[in-house]
Each structure stands twice: as C-alpha cells, then as structure tokens.
Design a protein around this ligand. Structure first.
Ligand code: F6P
Length: 342
C-alpha cells in the first residue's frame, strides 16, 4: 500500500520525528511506500507530491520545522476542495493519509474521514498543547523550555535595572505555555486567555514585588485580555481558518504598568522563537511514538482516529472527539499557581 503524509498549520518542533517514525516502521515492518504532500492541505489539493523513503528521512530526527513544509490552507473553503483531494489520492494511488496537525488541520481530517469517507489517521501537533483527548502534544515541551530559558535570562537584566519585564508568549486561546514557563521561570505574574485579568491587580503585584526589593517578571499569553478590554491583535484580517494575528498585549501591559506604577517597564515578545529549532528529548520521544502508532493505525485500517497520549500510553481516539473542544487551563490549576504572584 502507498500511504500519504502531510503536515499542516503552524510548524512545531518534532514534526520531522513523527515523519521519520511513520516511514521507518511503515517501510521496515509493513513494506509500505510513502508519498509526502507538501505544504499541508495545499499538497493534495494541488498534487504537490514528493517521494518519502528511508533515505529521505535519514538525519531529520533533531531538525526543527518540517521537511514537508506547512500551510494554513483550508480545503473546505476552496471550491471543489474535497473532490480535488480525492482525485489526487486516487491518481497517486494513496490508500491512506496521515495528517499531522492541530485543531484546524485535524478538523479538516475529521470531516474528510467522517463525512467524505477519506481514510485518514490524525497525529496531534501544536506548541499550544490545547488539543483535547491527549495529555500532551509534542512541541509544547520545547516551547516551554525556550520560554523558561528566556525568563531566566530576563530575571538578571530586570534585577540589574530594577525594571518590570513583560514576556509575551504564544497561546491564542489556551495559556499552557504561559502557565508552565511562568511557573518554571519563577514569574511574579502569569496572565492567560482563560482568565480575564484586572490591570489594577497586576500593578498591585508589581508594586509588592518592588517593595520586597526584587524586579517583577510578568508572563502574558498573547491571547490574554483585560477585564474591561479586548484581545490585542496585530492584524484584523483573518486566515482561512478564521484566526486573526495576535501579539501586542505585552506592549500594552508594559505601557499601562509604567503609567500606573511609575516603574520602568519593557516587553520581550518571544514569538516564533518558541516554535523554531531542535525539539527537546521529550518531544522527540513523544513525536516518534506518535509516528509509530499512527502507522499501526493505518495497518489496522482504523481510520478517523487520532493517536493520543494518556499517561504513558499511546491510545487511539476519534479525531472528531479531539477537535470538538479546546483543552484550556482549569481555573483550579491557575489558582494553584497564584501563590507565587506578587
Ligand atoms: O497554533 C500555534 C501558534 O504558534 C499559536 O500559538 C499562534 O497564535 C499562531 O500559531 C501563530 O501563527 P502564525 O505563525 O501563522 O502567525
């Protein structure tokens, strides 16, 4: 059998490890052949196919990004998108497709499988860790590591100048990166999209930190919002999945803190640094296991399923279940971390 593989949405450390796991086991154990589709759903839409064999995946385990390229193309928004995908799969004699992606890519995969009978297996990917049905997505651990290192470094410069340093991390609807890196990095304030924040309270925490003769670090997820304000967006235009481009809340916070407390405040926006470069050992481990289990699901013809981490086991769940709702930070967990604020 020939199996198609694509990576969609924002890139994420560990994508290449998944591809390698799929191809190595698929060729060695099951004698499959592989076609890689380039640039997410654009690949099967426009028949941008490349050969994937063992030499093609050699040496890619520690490489960031994706050798297949990625895009946020939504075939459901394109005229005859489904028909074109089906035609490509037939022409390339692809009997099964593995889609590696986040809520958007897997949302398409679920519909292709459940409504249009395309044999798809999903692999969950996102640095945001906001996919339901899996305890962790790969890429998250790497992003948290990068953000934590940045916070560690910002502590020493904040202390030297007795400034407030605001660190803006990714996280559109879920504050997992902010929460984990903020806790690991010893931040004094952590703001997440799930809980609207009170700017007065933020300033009170900042002031109390200065009173103790330390400089405060404020970690804010890009999707965090003030109680009586809106999400700060960089660009109002929507991508094909209906998302605006975020970023700016860090800058806004620094200005407000400076204005209200009289203390100098600066912002560092980590942006795509969090998504780039080599995956952590944990992400290589998780991504590789997802790849191995995804090709097993293909062998079992268990389509419409996504591989997921539950504890230390990899299980299969309906893709639709994983994309039905986002996994957000529980208020009780956020409250637990609140003991370190101020
Ligand atoms: O979904 C992952 C993510 O990194 C989000 O945290 C962020 O909001 C978004 O992608 C940014 O997307 P882009 O790189 O397309 O601007």
């Amino acid at each position: 059998m020939r199996v198609g593989v694509l990576t969609g949405g924002g890139d994420c450390p560990g994508l290449n490890a998944v591809i390698r796991g799929i191809v190595r086991k698929g060729v060695q154990e099951y004698g499959y052949e592989f076609t890689g589709f380039r640039d997410g759903w654009r690949g099967p839409l426009e028949n941008r196919a490349v050969r994937l064999d063992i030499p093609a995946v050699r040496g890619i385990l520690p490489r960031g990004g994706t050798i297949l390229g990625s895009s946020r193309t939504n075939p459901l928004k394109i005229e005859n998108g489904i028909r074109r995908i089906k035609e490509t799969l037939a022409k390339e004699e692809v009997g099964a497709l593995i889609a590696i992606g986040g809520e958007d890519t897997l949302g398409v995969a679920a519909r292709l499988s459940d409504e249009y009978g395309v044999p798809v297996v999903g692999v969950p990917k996102t640095i945001d860790n906001d996919l339901s049905a899996t305890d962790y997505t790969f890429g998250f651990d790497t992003a948290v590591g990068i953000a934590t290192e940045a916070i560690d470094r910002l502590h020493t410069t904040a202390e030297s100048h007795m400034r407030v340093l605001v660190v803006e991390v990714m996280g559109r609807h879920a504050g997992w990166i902010a929460l984990h890196s903020g806790l690991a990095g010893g931040a004094n304030v952590i703001l997440i999209p799930e809980q609207r924040f009170d700017i007065e309270q933020v300033c009170a925490w900042v002031t109390s930190r200065f009173r103790a003769s330390y400089a405060p670090i404020v970690v804010v997820a890009e999707g965090a919002m003030p109680k009586d304000g809106q999400m700060v967006v960089k660009d109002e235009s929507l991508d094909s999945f209906g998302h605006v481009r975020l970023s700016g809340v860090g800058e806004w916070l620094a200005k407000e803190i400076e204005r209200r407390t009289g203390k100098e405040a600066r912002t560092t926006v980590l942006g795509h640094v969090q998504r780039g470069g080599t995956p952590s050992a944990f992400d290589r481990w998780l991504a590789t296991r997802f790849g191995l289990h995804a090709i097993d699901a293909v062998r079992d013809r268990d389509f419409g399923k996504m591989v997921a981490l539950r504890g230390t086991d990899i299980v299969r769940v309906p893709i639709a279940e994983a994309t039905a709702r986002l996994k957000t930070v529980d208020p009780a967990l956020y409250e637990e971390v609140g003991v370190f604020f101020g």
